[in-house]
Ligand binder design. Structure first.
Ligand code: AMP
Length: 114
């Protein structure tokens, strides 16, 4: 989508601090980190929200999870733990309408979330 900031990051049109890239998925550091490690994992293909994912999106969602775990290992979080979060629509806090996983770690994370 031409006006989507995450599409532009995936296309290399907007700079980001990339930590992982493959044919389907890219990951980069969140510009407003909420934890010592805060990485966003996004599909290159535009999907606005989880509600827009279809059964055909399943393998891509799996690739995102696998990429997130790979980044977590690289960030040294495999021993201490980490959290993956997807916000869906405004009430959950979604502000960018291109699906993404937040990978959070490097500090103790409280539960339930705010
Ligand atoms: P959400 O609010 O769940 O949709 O998450 C969107 C995330 O994208 C927020 O944590 C923002 O800080 C982050 N973000 C927005 N613009 C950028 C950007 N240009 N580079 C990196 N992270 C960004």
């Amino acid at each position: 989508m031409s006006d989507c900031i995450f599409c532009k990051i995936a296309a290399g049109e907007i700079a980001a601090d990339f930590v992982y890239q493959d044919d389907d998925v890219v990951a980069f550091r969140d510009i407003t980190p909420q934890a010592p490690t805060h990485v966003l994992i996004i599909p290159r293909r535009h999907i606005s929200t989880l509600l827009d994912a279809t059964p055909e999106s399943g393998p891509l969602l799996g690739r995102m999870q696998q990429a997130a775990v790979e980044v977590a290992r690289r960030e040294g979080l495999a021993e201490r733990g980490f959290r993956l979060v997807t916000n869906c629509l405004e009430e959950a806090g979604q502000s960018v309408f291109h699906i993404h996983l937040h990978l959070l770690g490097g500090r103790r994370l409280s539960w339930p979330p705010g």
